[in-house]
Design a protein around this ligand. Sequence first.
Ligand code: CU
Length: 382
Amino acid sequence: MLTRRTALLGSAIIAAMSYFVMSAHAEEIMDTSGAMSVDLSSLPILKHKLVRPPFVHDHQQVVTTGPSLVKFELTIIEKEIEIGYGAHLQAMTFNGSIPGPLMVVHEGDYVELTLYNPEDNLMQHNIDFHSATGALGGGSLTLVNPGEKTVLRFKATRPGVFVYHCAPGGPMIPWHVVSGMSGAIMVLPRSGLKDHDGQPISYDRVYYIGENDFYIPKNQNGDFKRYEDIGDSYPDTLEVMNKLIPTHVTFNGKVGSLTGENALTASQGEHVLFVHSQANRDSRPHLIGGHGDFVWETGKFNNPPQRDLETWFIRGGSAGAAIYKFLQPGVYAYVNHNLIEAVNLGATAHVLVDGEWNNDLMEQVVAPTAYDRAHEGKTALP
Ligand SMILES: [Cu+2]
């Protein structure tokens, strides 16, 4: 029987070993000490305070200036989070939210991230930006022990929406990711988004939906188990993870985090940009009652958007973006259209849209009512 102490020790050893394997190679092939220094002192500096998803910090869609140095800060927080259906996750998070916040910059900007790993955390962490070039996306330059911070700068050379996630080496990587350590960055073209014909398009609102698959162990009675801390949860969680059957598939870290009182809102006629990331597993967003007017399924804005989609595909390890102009008022469900995952495992959001109903697009011609049984079955095929 594993005690908390041995579990912790075990995972610390695994973390140390996998880091050793990775860093031994990294040191052989990647010596950054002799590299030419880059003078960015003439660049304007932008500092953005990150906000909790589904919301996104204020930003311009189009910029007419040259590149900026854009500074962000992330603090890694390990804590227990109730994720729904009576389950608690020993979570590892960027800034305390699942997913971590969406960062927005423009193509050509320099992104400077200060990453804090507070002293009361138990684990080593780092960050791999899929939008960055080299050094495992920054992962091999940002490994921080509890009590340490690090600063990474990279140039955002490719426009699009990209995942970032923790990747501290070996078996720690999937565990940290399915414990909540992922988020996304949006690198906008400097001249803004373009439609299929290269014409400018903009959005009135943006929401960031991070999808997660969670693997919460159960006891012999089928009840979800709770753990003292992150290390305590590791051995059982690994066993569930390796079977690849999630107990939860959620948007924004919790069943119901974007429904009911937490539903997204929009107004008829508004163009809403949905950024959807999944760092670990495939997904298939669908807006029930609406469409994807312009969809960058792979999330990369140098490719023309697809139009009029009903459902789009988010590959595990990527983020996608979709713009929809809401044409009717009402409640829309934004789901992962694996409906078992949407309805039974949690991957559902709601969008409440105000406005005036348009009978030209849809009308209830006859409300549900009893009918003359004599006509029953007349339309059935032979
Ligand atoms: Cu981590």
